[in-house]
Each structure stands twice: as C-alpha cells, then as structure tokens.
Design a protein around this ligand. Structure first.
Ligand SMILES: *Cc1c(COP(=O)(O)O)cnc(C)c1O
Length: 221
C-alpha cells in the first residue's frame, strides 16, 4: 500500500533541502506506481531491465525511469533508450558498452559511476584502484554519447550509524575531489546515496538524490 502522507511529508522535506527523490518501485504494481504519480512523483527507480520494459508502456510518458540495479552488458542495448539515468555503472567494460550502443542509436546516455563504499563484498561498484584504472584507460576522453552525471553508492547494511556516516562522508569527499580534478563540467552534479533505512544520514552527509522504496510502497515480499 502506498503511504501517501509519508510521501507528502517527504517531498516537503526534500524540496527544502533541494534533494531529488527516486521512488523505488521494484516488485510494485503499475497501479501502485500510478498512485504515487497522481500525487506528483515523476522519477521512478527499478533494478531490473525487464521490469522497466514491462511497466513503462503501461504508464504515462513523462515518467523518468532510473535503472538502479546491476546492469549486464548484454542488456545495455535493450534498455538505454528507455531510461533517463543509470545509477549502477560499475565497470569500464559496462561504460564502454553504454557508449558504443548510445553512439549507434544516436542518443545520449546519462550515467552515474557506482562506487563501492560498503564493507560487504556483495555490493557492486568501482574500488579506488578500479577508478584509477578508469582515469588511466583514456576511456573518459573518448566518450561522446555518454554523460557522467555523478556518483552513486550504497552503505553497509548495519545499525552502526558511525560506519554508515563514514561511508557516506567518504563518498561525498570523493565526489568533491573528482569534481575538482576530473569532472569540472556543471552537469557532474548528482550524488545518489540513501535508501529507506539511511536516507536522512545520507542527506546530512551531502546526498542530493535519494532512492526510497519500502517507506513509500510498503515492504517488499
Ligand atoms: C531496492 C533499492 C533501493 C530502495 O530500498 P528501500 O530500502 O526499499 O528504500 C535503493 N537503491 C537500490 C540500488 C536498490 O536496489
């Protein structure tokens, strides 16, 4: 069930702080998404390519779909023209595939580099060494149809606030450093961090985009 009063309060809170909300609708029905749409929400996040492709034609055209989950190289071609931002670019080869396919379709893809900030091995993202490789590889200079809009990260799944705070602050610091050194362009301006359990902490640490699912739509099965 969609929590409408929570949504309205959240939107007020985020608007005051100039933070954008990605409503994470994975596993939720088209009807539930429409309920939030009718309250004014336009950005929805999904973690599966097939789910976006299935839901998108059934919903209004002015929804911005964000892919927030792992993207396999062989699905890039299918999805890039359907999403306005991919949060989860976590390897050079994936970035190169997005560039190649965007060029051949004649479109521009907007992406975030996902950074590995959590302690868990299971979470994806560039490590510091992999980022260094990316900068040395010359890949960035060759991008013509892919725009790097910022960074995304997922904190450790823990009740320890200090750990989460350190991870978010570290990502904010990396964002500021990369902006100063590698991405001076104005459009490098998105820092996507924070979910239902930790979005307030993420905003305190400098997030300007949060990805919230269960607090809006109820728990997933
Ligand atoms: C599912 C998911 C979210 C939202 O999680 P909630 O805890 O339900 O808010 C955010 N980001 C990513 C990458 C996700 O997969």
């Amino acid at each position: 069930m969609v929590n409408k009063s929570f949504y309205n309060n959240l939107v007020n809170e985020l608007t005051n702080k100039v933070v954008r909300l990605v409503a994470v609708s994975k596993t939720k029905s088209v009807e539930e998404i429409k309920e939030l749409y009718d309250l004014g929400q336009r950005i929805f996040g999904e973690n599966k390519v097939q789910e976006i492709l299935a839901k998108k034609p059934l919903l209004p055209d002015d929804i911005e779909w964000h892919l927030i989950g792992t993207l396999q190289t062989n699905k890039v071609k299918q999805i890039i023209s359907h999403v306005s931002l991919i949060h989860s670019v976590s390897s050079i080869s994936l970035l190169q595939e997005i560039e190649k396919r965007s060029e051949s379709l004649g479109i521009t893809s907007n992406i975030l580099l996902q950074i590995h900030i959590a302690q868990e091995e299971t979470k994806h993202g560039f490590t510091h060494a992999e980022l260094a490789n990316l900068f040395e590889s010359g890949t960035l200079q060759k991008l013509t149809n892919t725009k790097i809009r910022g960074l995304m990260g997922m904190a450790s799944f823990t009740d320890d606030v200090e750990i989460v705070k350190n991870e978010f602050s570290g990502l904010k610091h990396l964002f500021d450093t990369l902006k100063a050194t590698h991405f001076p362009q104005a459009e490098f301006n998105v820092l996507s961090m924070g979910m239902s359990g930790d979005y307030q902490l993420a905003i305190e640490c400098g997030a300007n985009m949060v990805r919230i699912g269960s607090l809006l739509f109820g728990a997933r099965n």
